[in-house]
Design a protein around this ligand. Structure first.
Ligand SMILES: [Ca+2]
Ligand SMILES: [Ca+2]
Length: 196
């Protein structure tokens, strides 16, 4: 487990992970080394604590929520496949050109739509498919920092929800979320250079 492999073939399930994530062999190998370095106790999986060593996540206001997404269904550990799968959402779109794009395959994890889905679930904590006013408030609180008063935050939240809320139910559905981010360069915003 602890020995450093220099061949992608030594990564468990490498072909499957490659197909699923779109990472090249070389990138997967680099990610695998990163995974092994983060796994300081050579457990073969990463814990929440291990992931907190990633600088790009430590400085991201939503870093804790991104870390949560490595641990679906209350699990406490993530193996290499799960690690690569989450990071694939942050893979810059053009980095590895069209790789092995088979039209019968599902959309790549780093497509605009999948990046949006990933971003949406960072907001939608109770997973009911909508960002409630309170869920929006919590995210904005993380993002705006301490220089904003509670009252300002409340009104920013109201404005943000109202601007996106087309059907007037007081919450932001995935479609509304997508529309409100239409003009934003989500591909760029959601590209984190994790390998540095
Ligand atoms: Ca919700
Ligand atoms: Ca709505």
């Amino acid at each position: 487990m602890g020995s450093r492999s220099s061949h992608a073939a030594l990564i468990p399930d490498v072909d499957h992970i490659r197909r699923e994530t779109g990472f090249s062999q070389a990138s997967l190998l680099r990610l695998y080394h990163r995974f092994q370095a983060l796994d300081r106790e050579e457990k073969g999986y990463l814990s929440r604590l291990d992931l907190q060593q990633i600088g790009a996540l430590a400085v991201n206001p939503l870093g804790d929520r991104i870390i949560d997404s490595f641990f679906p269904n209350g699990s406490q550990r993530v193996d290499f496949a799960g690690f690569a799968r989450v990071l694939a959402h942050f893979r810059p779109v053009d980095e590895e050109d069209a790789t092995i794009r088979d039209p019968k395959q599902p959309e790549p994890l780093n497509s605009r739509m999948n990046k949006l889905r990933f971003a949406f679930q960072l907001y939608d904590l109770d997973r009911d498919g909508k960002i409630s006013r309170n869920e929006m408030l919590q995210v904005l609180r993380l993002m705006v920092g301490v220089q904003v008063t509670d009252e300002q935050l409340e009104s920013i939240t109201d404005r943000t929800v109202q601007e996106a809320d087309e059907d007037g139910d007081g919450a932001v559905s995935f479609m509304e979320f997508t529309k409100s981010l239409e003009k934003m360069n989500i591909e760029q915003k959601m590209s984190i250079r994790i390998l540095k």
